[in-house]
Design a protein around this ligand. Structure first.
Ligand code: ADP
Ligand code: TRP
Length: 331
């Protein structure tokens, strides 16, 4: 059976971008594949979180994974830092990861641009740690959103390089996976780019947002003065709202507003009201489960311990092989 690995950084609560881009696929994949899903708390260290925030974020994401439908009996669900073998593999892979290729990564360049005061080595080698996450279980399929494609290309470079250097056929190639035919990019509410945690949370709808918050955020989404010609193409902020409608609303709703747009009769206030209500319908069951699961400390503890044990077992096998291949042998 093919092995699947994916993770989400513990930098805050999950939003609809994470849900439709990644978790939606996790939930389906656990039925069919040997799945490892984790919380990337080591990756979150690049931004130097306060210890209390780090802990709270890890707990929040575990709760939200479970609320979204990840079943710890069907998949291996764990916290990255509970599996030290990942950090060990990261160290080995770092020896064959080169400055030039790491500096060329689009996400590294973005981060340097946004936070020139914090260009640390962990940020530079972020894709190597991600390759460690994937290769530690020798995964071939990685459910992620479109923004992660380049990281997976780097993972393939590192695994192929390892195989070549040691003349083995040990690590397989990992590819991005989505049940829909292309990788998803969920737009944000601020008119440009993807939904994400930037912009103080106003750009994203979180799974735990209350109906009031959702209505407020959606009503503030960026729009324009409306089309002045029939059947004109949609500028990005408007295209984004339609894309969000296509994710959470029915096809009829999409067609209705699309017709109004094409005939220059659209009223963005009405469109936003409908979008907010459909987002509330999509997230309410999740929010209710989040509140429920968060209160069950014993269950969360049990899930985390069980996942760590299962993940370490698989990781240990890989590290033993890798050390043997590299030449660390008992004297
Ligand atoms: P964020 O961008 O909010 O920091 P992460 O980078 O931690 O979120 O992303 C976690 C997962 O969710 C990744 O698989 C990523 O591809 C996916 N993801 C995040 N935002 C989006 C989005 N707007 N559209 C599609 N997928 C997304
Ligand atoms: N880099 C991913 C992100 O920002 C998170 C991640 C870390 C990941 N390790 C991974 C995703 C391994 C898939 C597989 O979203």
């Amino acid at each position: 059976m093919e092995t699947v690995v994916s993770g989400i950084r513990s930098t805050g609560k999950l939003h609809l971008g994470n849900y439709y881009g990644a978790i939606h696929n996790f939930v389906k994949m656990q039925e069919k594949y040997n799945c490892y899903f984790f919380i990337a708390d080591l990756h979150s260290l690049t931004t130097h979180p306060h210890p209390d925030n780090l802990h709270q974020n890890v707990k929040d994401i575990l709760v939200e994974y479970l609320a979204a439908g990840l079943d710890p009996e069907k998949c291996t669900l764990y916290v990255q830092s509970d599996v030290p073998q990942i950090a060990e593999l990261y160290l080995f892979l770092n020896m064959n990861a080169y400055l030039g290729e790491l500096e060329r990564s689009a996400s590294f360049k973005d981060k340097v641009r946004m936070h020139p005061e914090n260009v640390n080595a962990g940020l530079l080698t972020y894709p190597v740690l991600m390759a460690g996450d994937i290769l530690i279980h020798k995964a071939t399929k990685v459910p992620v959103g479109k923004d992660q494609e380049q990281h997976l290309e780097m993972t393939r470079t590192f695994s192929n390089r390892f195989n070549r250097i040691y003349n083995v056929d040990y690590f397989p190639e990992a590819y991005a996976f989505s049940f829909s035919d292309k990788l998803v990019k969920v737009p944000g509410l601020d008119g440009n780019g993807k939904m994400g945690k930037s912009n103080g949370g106003a750009n994203a709808i979180y799974l735990s947002d209350t109906p009031e918050i959702i209505r407020k955020k959606v009503m503030r989404a960026v729009t324009d003065g409306g089309p002045s010609e029939e059947n004109s193409s949609k500028p990005e902020p408007i295209q984004n709202l339609f894309q969000l409608i296509s994710l959470v609303s029915s096809k009829d709703t999409y067609d209705y507003f699309n017709h109004l747009y094409n005939t220059c009769q659209i009223r963005y206030g009405d469109l936003k009201k409908q979008l907010a209500e459909d987002m509330i319908i999509a997230t309410t069951p999740l929010r209710e489960k989040i509140i429920d699961i968060a209160s069950d400390k014993d269950y969360l503890h049990k899930v985390a311990r069980m996942g760590a044990d299962k993940a370490r077992e698989s990781a240990d096998r890989t590290i033993k092989d890798v050390k043997e291949i590299i030449g660390f042998r008992q004297i």
